[in-house]
Ligand binder design. Structure first.
Ligand SMILES: NC(=O)c1ccc[n+]([C@@H]2O[C@H](COP(=O)([O-])OP(=O)(O)OC[C@H]3O[C@@H](n4cnc5c(N)ncnc54)[C@H](OP(=O)(O)O)[C@@H]3O)[C@@H](O)[C@H]2O)c1
Length: 272
C-alpha cells in the first residue's frame, strides 16, 4: 500500500523529466531585513525589492542613510520599503518591527537579521565591559529578534525562513577575533536550537568572509586582507551581492534547508 503522503502525480512528472523550478518566489511576500541599511543588508534589500518582496527594513540610528536607501529602492525598483528605527535589544523596537509587519496586512514569511558589531579588542586589553557589549550586539539582540519574529512566522499558515548573520570567524578560529567571533559562534548554535522550537520556521545562518562593504570596508580598503588575494587564497574580496544571494536562497518559501551555516568567504577559511 502506498504511503498516504505519496504523490503519484508528482512521481509521474519526474518519470517524464518534468520539474518545478518556480521563479520570483518572494514577490509579494512580507520580509523583515533588520540592519538592512548597512553594507551587506542594503544589497539584500535591493535584491528582494527587485523581486517585489514587501520589505520592513530596520536600522539603529542612521536615519539619513535609511531614508536615502528607501529613496534609492523606490527609484530603482518602484518598491516602497517600511523603515523601523531603534536598537533591537529594546522590546519596544522589536514590537515596532511586528507592528510594521502587521500594517502590511499579510503574513510574515521571512526575516534576515543583520545587526552586529565588529567588537574589536586585543586579548590583552579585553575586559568585562567589552565582552558584555559584544555579547549584547552580536548575540542578545539578534537572538531576541529571531525569537520574536520566528514566533510570528510560526503562527502563519505558510511558515517561512529566518536568516541570522554570523561571520567566517565563527566557524574557523582567527587570532584576535575572540570578542567578535565567540558570540557569533553562539549565534550559530542558537540557530540550531531555534530550529527545534518551531515546526514552520526554518532557521539558517550566513557567515560572510572579507567583504568590501560594511564593517569590513575599512580593513579591506587599508590592505589588511591583500595577502589572501596575492597568494590566491581567494580569487577576490567578497561583495555585498554575494551575501545577498546567499540570504535570498534561504528565504525562498520552498527552500528545504534548515539549521545550516553557509560560509560566503570565497574559500578563505579552507585555503588560508
Ligand atoms: N561586512 C563584512 O565584511 C562582514 C563580514 C562578516 C560578517 N559580517 C556580519 O554581517 C552583518 C552585517 O554587517 P555589515 O557589514 O552590513 O554591518 P554595517 O554596515 O555596520 O551595518 C549594520 C546594520 O545593522 C544596524 N544595527 C547595528 N546594530 C543594531 C542594533 N543593535 N539594533 C538595530 N540595528 C542595528 C545598523 O544600523 P545603523 O547604521 O543605523 O546603526 C546597520 O543597518 C553583521 O552581523 C556582521 O557581523 C559582516
Amino acid at each position: 500500500m502506498a504511503s498516504k503522503y505519496w504523490d503519484g502525480q508528482l512521481a509521474a512528472h519526474y518519470r517524464d523529466f518534468r520539474y518545478a523550478f518556480p521563479e520570483r518566489t518572494l514577490a509579494g511576500r512580507v520580509i523583515v531585513v533588520a540592519g538592512g541599511t548597512g553594507g551587506l543588508g542594503a544589497a539584500t534589500v535591493a535584491l528582494l525589492a527587485r523581486e517585489g518582496a514587501r520589505l520592513v527594513v530596520g536600522y539603529r540610528i542612521n536615519r539619513q542613510r535609511a531614508q536615502e536607501l528607501a529613496r534609492a529602492i523606490e527609484e530603482q525598483f518602484q518598491n516602497k520599503i517600511t523603515l523601523v528605527e531603534g536598537d533591537i535589544s529594546s522590546p519596544a523596537v522589536r514590537q515596532a518591527y511586528q507592528d510594521a509587519v502587521a500594517s502590511l496586512g499579510a503574513p510574515l514569511q521571512g526575516a534576515a537579521i543583520f545587526p552586529g558589531d565588529p567588537a574589536r579588542a586585543k586579548l590583552e586589553s579585553l575586559d568585562r565591559d567589552a565582552l558584555v557589549a559584544s555579547l549584547e550586539a552580536n548575540y542578545v539582540g539578534p537572538v531576541l529578534l529571531a525569537r520574536d519574529l520566528g514566533a510570528v512566522i510560526e503562527q502563519g499558515d505558510a511558515g517561512g525562513g529566518l536568516v541570522l548573520l554570523a561571520t567566517m570567524q565563527a566557524v574557523a578560529p582567527f587570532e584576535s577575533s575572540l570578542n567578535y567571533a565567540a558570540p557569533k559562534a553562539a549565534l550559530v548554535h542558537a540557530a540550531r536550537i531555534l530550529v527545534r522550537q518551531w515546526r514552520r520556521v526554518r532557521v539558517n545562518v550566513v557567515a560572510p568572509g572579507a567583504t568590501v562593504a560594511g564593517m569590513a570596508e575599512a580593513s579591506v580598503s587599508a590592505g589588511k586582507y591583500d595577502s589572501f588575494v596575492e597568494n590566491r587564497t581567494i580569487p577576490r574580496f567578497g561583495r555585498p551581492e554575494d551575501v545577498a544571494r546567499a540570504v535570498r536562497f534561504f528565504l525562498e518559501p520552498d527552500n528545504y534547508i534548515t539549521g545550516q551555516v553557509l560560509v560566503v568567504d570565497g574559500g578563505l577559511t579552507l585555503r588560508r
